[in-house]
Design a binder for this molecule. Structure first.
Ligand SMILES: [Mn+2]
Length: 384
């Protein structure tokens, strides 16, 4: 069962579907330690291996800090590295320094002929080329790249037993791997090769996942040990497109990936009530799993926000919290970011056929036309 839920609508039992909605079976909510002191730097002996992430703006930097903190809370023995773009604000970089062992500024324009050539030919691939920079971290023998929109739920150091290129299947096309979590071996040689590939062939999906899947094109067939179990990269789209599997295996999830346009940091959080704003917890509003979203915000509020407040001092910044006590500033949205989920785009003008095409292309309007309520209504209309 994939994204083509439309094909299943006439045979799906609506009452069963409702019962299967993930809010009925909550994943274990792990206690969140408020300190990372238990991971003394002396214990981090695997110093030639690292978890690597990327932050191209201040919001992704928040995501990176939550990810880094979640890795620390689960006692990783590896180094933590964040690559940042030039648009990450100075105080944000300071805060990143308190979570990560290395904060590395990536300026794609300084990265040599191959990168410049790639960029000149494909200016649209700027962020992608920034991500490919992780291969230049030759001070490490092996790394695990993780998107800044992932959250770690348990220790995943065993990923370092895997070889390049190990990754989990993409929920939309399982013969492709999802590039949100992957094991790789830094090598300037591979980096050069990847950039040359990028300049010549571009990316079939406009991002790094397209390039990496074309480059590591034997992933699907050559070696099953390079297929990471899905629990290392569990995305919302998979939860809602195959609910029985989530019911069966979801409690083993080790990494949650907030795939899609709307990210946890696009919501706001009431720290006093412990509630995420603009995201319903009712079973008929299945957009992003409410428990994982809440876990992200709890970690952000307890461990990341204090670092940001310290780094920003009196300078106002977008904290994302509505609690006036802990966040004296009014949250203001970064104009480069996505619109807030509370104001879904007008969808009345989209025809049924267009909507179907969008659904099949993976552009699912979770908050509007394709919300659970609407799908449920559609199911009911078939069943009546
Ligand atoms: Mn991602």
């Amino acid at each position: 069962m994939g994204r083509k839920m439309w094909g299943l609508i006439p045979v799906f039992d609506c009452s069963q579907l409702l019962l299967l909605c993930p809010t009925h079976f909550k994943p274990p909510v792990l206690p969140i330690p408020t300190t990372d002191a238990q991971v003394d730097s002396a214990q981090r002996d695997m110093s030639d291996q690292a978890f690597v992430t990327l932050a191209t703006n201040d919001n992704y930097a928040k995501g990176a800090m939550v990810l880094g903190q979640s890795l620390r809370n689960h006692n990783t023995t590896r180094k933590l590295v964040v690559l940042i773009g030039p648009h990450v604000a100075e105080p944000c970089r300071d805060a990143l320094h308190s979570v990560f062992d290395e904060v590395i500024m990536v300026n794609v324009m300084d990265s040599g002929d191959a990168a410049n050539l790639a960029l000149m030919k494909r200016p649209d691939l700027g962020v992608t080329i920034t991500k490919l920079h992780c291969w230049t971290l030759e001070q490490y023998s092996k790394c695990v790249f993780m998107d800044a929109d992932t959250l770690v739920l348990s220790n995943i150091d065993e990923l370092f037993d895997r070889e390049e290129l190990s990754a989990a299947p993409d929920p939309g096309w399982p013969d492709c791997f999802n590039s949100g979590v992957f094991v790789f071996r830094p090598s300037n040689e591979t980096h050069k090769d990847l950039l040359a590939y990028c300049a010549e062939k571009g990316s079939f999906d406009g991002g790094d996942q397209g390039i990496l899947n074309s480059y590591f094109n034997t992933w699907a067939t050559a070696d099953i040990s390079k297929h990471l179990p899905f629990i290392y990269n569990l995305s919302s789209i998979a939860i809602y497109s195959y609910l029985p599997a989530f019911k069966q295996y979801g409690h083993d999830a080790k990494v949650v990936h907030f795939l899609g346009k709307v990210k946890p940091w696009n919501y706001s959080y009431d720290a006093q009530k412990g509630e995420v704003k603009g995201h319903s917890t009712s079973p008929d509003q299945c957009q992003m799993h409410p428990d994982y979203l809440l876990q992200w915000w709890q970690l952000y509020a307890t461990s990341v926000l204090p670092l940001m407040q310290k780094a920003y001092g009196d300078t106002p910044f977008s904290s994302g919290c509505v609690d006036q006590k802990s966040c004296p500033d009014k949250p203001h949205e970064d104009v480069r970011e996505q619109p807030k989920p509370s104001t879904p785009p007008p969808s009345q003008t989209v025809s049924s056929e267009e909507r179907k095409q969008r659904w099949e292309a993976g552009q699912i309007d979770y908050l509007g036309d394709d919300s659970f309520t609407n799908i449920e209504q559609k199911l009911n209309s078939f069943l009546k």
